[in-house]
Design a protein around this ligand. Structure first.
Ligand code: ADP
Ligand code: MG
Length: 231
């Protein structure tokens, strides 16, 4: 059954930055179709956890399995390709490229995996349309609202049909209305099967979007609970 498939398995992850242990023995499993929210105080290791899963950085100890690949066994080049093909990421401050239009920001992530430009632009436009911002396709990030920027970022993250969508405080820089729209978008995506790992400070976002809550403290998982989604 598709829903039994393991998308992420972290085993005994430790990550040291100099003297600091940002992660101190984290094990976590995420199955296809789940929406997992991670909460915990600032500095407890949430973003470090996402960077381990995305393969943006490597753990000091422990193993990371994502979408069927053990990341420790991949070269830097293989890791980058795996990330582009299997993982979509959205961030608090959008991380769009300022001198590319909305459409080109989205299309670029498919071009980086070798999709021809025309085909990439066609899919980018479809996604912008699905996310309700096709009319803004030629606009540059500077003239987009925060909510529009985040929707462009979501479109970009979805371009390569990722096995896993990672979101690090995706509503953290948005006003409450734009935040709710992004929240609804993430919920819709999960309901059509997108596996989601979401870091947030926003209890409401977690309650609304996530099927499971993982609580962290001091580089460790301190609790886990199933959530009944609150509409
Ligand atoms: P959170 O996302 O929960 O706020 P982080 O994962 O960003 O926490 O950080 C966890 C700890 O690791 C913090 O003490 C932070 O200062 C440290 N840290 C994170 N990234 C780095 C880095 N690149 N270099 C040095 N220390 C880092
Ligand atoms: Mg963080």
């Amino acid at each position: 059954m598709v829903t039994e498939e393991v998308v992420v398995r972290l085993d005994g992850i430790r990550k040291e930055y100099g003297e600091t242990a940002a992660l101190d023995g984290v094990s976590l499993e995420i199955r296809a179709g789940e929406a997992v929210a991670v909460m915990g105080p600032s500095g407890c290791g949430k973003s470090t956890l996402l960077s381990m899963i995305a393969g943006l950085d490597r753990p000091t100890a422990g193993t990371v399995l994502v979408a069927g690949r053990e990341l420790g066994g991949l070269s830097e080049k293989e890791l980058a390709l795996h990330r582009r093909q299997k993982i979509g990421m959205i961030f608090q401050f959008f991380n769009l490229i300022d001198d590319l239009s909305a459409l080109d920001n989205v299309a670029l992530s498919a071009q980086l995996t070798g999709t021809p430009a025309r085909q990439a632009r066609r899919r980018a436009l479809e996604l912008l349309d699905e996310l309700g911002i096709a009319a803004r396709r030629n606009a540059y990030p500077a003239v987009l609202s925060g909510g529009e920027r985040q929707r462009v970022a979501v479109a970009r993250a979805l371009m390569n049909r990722p096995a896993l969508l990672l979101a690090d405080e995706p509503t953290g820089a948005l006003d409450s209305r734009a935040g709710e729209q992004v929240m609804d978008l993430l919920l819709d995506l999960n309901q059509i099967g997108q596996t989601l790992l979401l870091v947030t400070h926003d209890e409401r976002l977690a309650q609304r979007c996530a099927s499971r809550l993982v609580t962290m403290g001091d580089g460790r998982v301190s609790g886990e609970q199933k959530l009944e989604r609150v509409p």
